[in-house]
Design a binder for this molecule. Structure first.
Ligand SMILES: *Cc1c(COP(=O)(O)O)cnc(C)c1O
Length: 708
């Protein structure tokens, strides 16, 4: 990866605003809107061109613009405020209101994840798992949790999605340039750069370690795109979630084993190892190997490592995918199990899973076996994985309920997802220190004091901004395809606007809404009650069924009766997600029950006053209270998917028709405010924001995973 020579590479900054560069190199700016405004004001067009990336911005901005800003009294006043806020944030220490931090005095948690979703300008994430990891780092920083994070700097990351005239998805893999991301080489106490090496099937592979600062929390990322790694090895490891087994195992060895080595070189001695999903589970082997090499017997090394390891399991389908063949295990580990002082059978038994075509090495089994505590990511998900795993674990390892899988429901980092306009409104009604009392439900009752028309007008404004953004995206795509943008439908400001954005995986049923086309057309086009739906999402490049659903949604969006009411946007990423969850009126979620681990996009919508309509899956059964949104279907378990889809689709249409749409359109007062609807918006904010926050989630991690 090409490295920034800081002084040479940038437009020189005027002294008065020199610390713009400092702020650019700490992702704190990503959840502090006023910091982003410092860049945007200097050159709004460039800010969009560089995709809200301050590092790239400073590299490309014109000298003259910088000088104008430095000479503008109102700009430098804002600048001084942001710098003061940043310094105060970085220098603050835990208060007595942050018992989680106190409980961890003297500890260091090492949090390993294959992806981190921190900002749209740092494409090292694909979806929910990465977003959770990114939000968790920001929260660990806010809550003074002594945490360091380890991941990968994928030179090609996750793909960029393009959709052609037929609705076919195309995946592009632009290369990430080191000069464009806020990385600095990690350094040891003695000032040396850090290179780790790991043996991959007989070949030593090197990774250079970079550091990204997320507020107070450091994130260490390994870059394998360096000399003297072979081109072949670099390509093998370049992308997030390759389907090639060799590439996957190589990446996971690098992440788990290389990750431990990099922390050791940096002199960091974690007391707790936290595996965010099983991709990093090889780390437990490395920590065991260290102990065995110092003379500890293997069984004891394993016991000790287990005492210090915790594991969060996410999607059950990831568990099914993350299994390696015994051939790969032999090829990559035949020297390693010798170093552990054990034989092949004992090694395989650490993670053995039996499949119809022979045994495999299950990373989830390894993680469960070798951790003191594990957790699922919602109550219902806990039931599902306990069903699957506890029986298996009991059979395979005679382990008992002392290591039951807990349920700790996911949450989101509020400041990252709340519209700044709403944050100002909450400041006014909750008091400016509401962030400090985020998880106190009583405090949130004050949301009911906001006059309905005030909240409604603000929601209308946010929708207006979203529709501008969406039209702009549609136009850009039309230009790229050489189409006349005027053939594209224009969305309506007055329409009830529904958002549906997520990975196009089969169980999420993006096409449920299209189950009965005539009924849908009728619903969307009722006179005086227009309804429109904005879709977005990627399908994994190997998932042909998911890509078929994208084509279907796209083609439907062109069909008479649906055109203009259904829009499919390309390139669902963090930025599009943020725009949608704050701008739509209603958030739609349709997974097949017991398949969605948690889902967090509805949580982001709710804290913006956008209610959810969802099947009773993931987080929703525990959050839904009859007044903060709507349910689709019920808790019935079906044996056939067709029957379930039929039933859920009917329920979705019925609920929209008889409850949602009338509430939105029919109960307006003289000022055209739908008071009953606004009540639902408020109820969503009040019930979801405190509970489904990373603040609450992380404090549960501390109490139930880290310290108990
Ligand atoms: C929040 C988020 C997700 C995860 O939300 P789900 O409800 O699981 O879909 C995925 N992708 C993006 C871009 C997000 O912002």
């Amino acid at each position: 990866m090409f490295e920034p020579d800081l002084e040479w590479f940038y437009t020189p900054l005027p002294r008065r605003i020199l610390r713009l560069r400092h702020i650019a190199y700490n992702l704190w700016w990503s959840w502090y809107p006023e910091a982003q405004w410092l860049y945007r004001q200097i050159d709004p067009d460039l800010w969009e061109t560089v995709y809200h990336n301050p590092v790239r911005f400073l590299r490309r901005v014109r000298q003259r613009r910088l000088e104008q800003a430095a000479g503008n009294p109102s700009y430098v006043q804002q600048y001084d405020q942001v710098i003061a806020a940043f310094d105060a944030y970085m220098q603050s220490s835990a208060t007595s209101e942050q018992p989680a931090a106190t409980a961890l005095a003297g500890q260091t948690i090492a949090y390993f994840s294959a992806e981190f979703g921190l900002h749209e300008s740092l494409p090292i994430y694909s979806g929910g798992l990465g977003l959770l990891a990114g939000d968790l780092l920001k929260e660990a920083s806010d809550s003074h949790i002594p945490l360091v994070a380890v991941g990968f700097l994928y030179p090609q990351g996750y793909f960029l999605q393009r959709i052609d005239e037929q609705g076919q998805q195309h995946a592009e893999y632009p290369r990430l340039h080191g000069v464009d991301v806020p990385i600095i080489p990690a350094r040891t106490a003695a000032g040396h750069e850090v290179i780790v090496d790991v043996e991959l099937a007989g070949r030593i592979t090197y990774a250079k370690v970079y550091r990204i600062q997320v507020g107070r929390v450091p994130l260490f990322l390994m870059d394998i795109d360096i000399h003297p790694n072979t081109t072949q090895n670099r390509e093998l490891l370049a992308k997030l979630y390759t389907d090639d087994e060799q590439g996957r195992i190589a990446q996971e060895i690098m992440l788990g084993i290389g990750g431990v080595r990099l922390l050791r070189q940096l002199g960091i001695q974690p007391t707790i190892w936290h595996l965010n999903e099983s991709h990093a589970a090889f780390l437990v082997l490395e920590v065991m190997r260290e102990r065995v090499s110092r003379g500890m017997p293997f069984a004891q090394a394993m016991q000790t490592v287990r005492q210090h390891t915790v594991f969060t399991t996410h999607s059950p389908s990831d568990s099914e995918r993350n299994i390696f063949s015994t051939d790969s295990i032999k090829q990559f580990f035949w020297r390693y199990w010798q170093q552990l002082g054990i034989n092949y059978d004992t090694f395989l038994n650490l993670a053995r899973t039996d499949r119809p075509h022979g045994p495999g090495f299950s990373m989830t089994a390894l993680a469960l076996q070798c951790s003191r505590r594990s957790n699922a990511v919602s109550q219902l998900h806990g039931e599902v994985v306990r069903d699957i795993w506890q029986r298996l674990m009991a059979q395979a390892y005679q382990s008992s309920t002392d290591r039951a899988i807990l349920s700790i429901t996911n949450g989101v980092h509020t400041a990252s997802w709340l519209a700044p306009e709403l944050a100002q409104l909450y400041d006014a009604y909750l008091g400016v220190d509401w962030h400090a009392q985020l998880t106190d439900p009583a405090h949130w009752q004050r949301i009911y004091d906001i006059p309905n028309d005030v909240l409604w007008r603000l929601r209308r404004l946010l929708k207006h901004q979203l529709l501008l953004f969406v039209r702009n995206r549609i136009q850009q795509r039309a230009q790229r395809l050489g189409q006349d943008p005027l053939v594209w439908p224009v969305l309506e400001e007055d329409a009830l606007t529904i958002g549906f954005a997520r990975r196009f995986a089969g169980y999420k049923r993006a096409n449920l809404l299209f189950h009965d086309i005539d009924r849908l057309k009728h619903l969307l086009n009722a006179p005086g009650r227009p309804v429109q739906v904005i879709f977005a999402g990627k399908a994994h490049p190997e998932d042909t069924a998911g890509q078929q659903v994208i084509r279907e949604v796209y083609q439907r969006s062109l069909e008479p009766g649906l055109a203009g009411r259904i829009v499919l946007l390309e390139e669902y990423d963090l930025m599009l997600g943020r725009e949608l969850v704050k701008g739509v009126d209603l958030w739609l979620n349709t997974p097949r029950r017991r398949h969605e681990a948690s889902g967090t996009s509805g949580q982001k919508a709710s804290l913006n006053g956008v209610p959810t309509i969802s099947t009773l899956d993931g987080w929703w059964p525990e959050a839904y209270n009859g007044a903060n949104g709507w349910q689709i279907g019920d808790e019935h378990e079906y044996t056939s998917n067709e029957e379930q889809d039929q039933h859920d689709a009917q329920s979705l249409y019925d609920t929209l028709e008889s409850q949602v749409i009338p509430l939105f359109f029919d109960q307006r007062d003289s000022a055209d405010v739908p008071n009953e609807w606004v009540q639902v918006c408020k109820e969503a904010i009040v019930t979801v924001t405190p509970q489904y926050s990373t603040r609450r989630m992380l404090s549960e991690y501390v109490q139930r995973l880290y310290t108990e």
